[in-house]
Design a protein around this ligand. Structure first.
Ligand code: CUA
Length: 127
């Protein structure tokens, strides 16, 4: 099975674009590109997402690049129908618009070792 088939589904305005030429990174960060326009470098590693907590204004468009520095991790944003896999040595990308105030939970949905169950993060939408 090709890796492209592992990017499982999307709907609505959240658009995953599978693999990119973006170079793999070793540090997670949030970069503001404009008003309500953010880029997130989301690093997966045993057993955390980095950054763990992302705070952005409601209505923001967020371009998420994700990779892993160790094993395969899942990347699911609950309530957003976004489901990717973080793969060592490759970077996947998706654009997500967050409109609803509140907290979106990021979970790892791919078994990745003993602390898999505790691997999660948060995206917090504020006014
Ligand atoms: Cu990371 Cu399961």
């Amino acid at each position: 099975m090709g890796f492209g088939l592992m990017v499982v589904f999307f709907k609505g305005i959240d658009v995953p674009t599978c693999f990119t030429d973006f170079p793999p990174f070793k540090e997670g960060k949030v970069i503001q590109k404009g008003e309500k326009d953010y880029e997130v470098h989301l690093l997966s590693k045993m057993w955390v997402f980095e950054p763990t907590r992302i705070e952005i204004p409601a209505g923001s468009k967020v371009t998420i690049y994700t990779t892993s520095i160790d094993v395969l991790h899942g990347f699911e944003i609950q309530g957003k129908a976004v489901n990717l896999i973080a793969i060592p040595g490759a970077v996947t990308k998706m654009e997500v618009v967050f409109n609803k105030l509140g907290t979106y939970r990021i979970i790892c949905n791919e078994y990745c070792g003993i602390e898999h169950y505790a691997m999660y993060g948060e995206i917090i939408l504020a006014i």
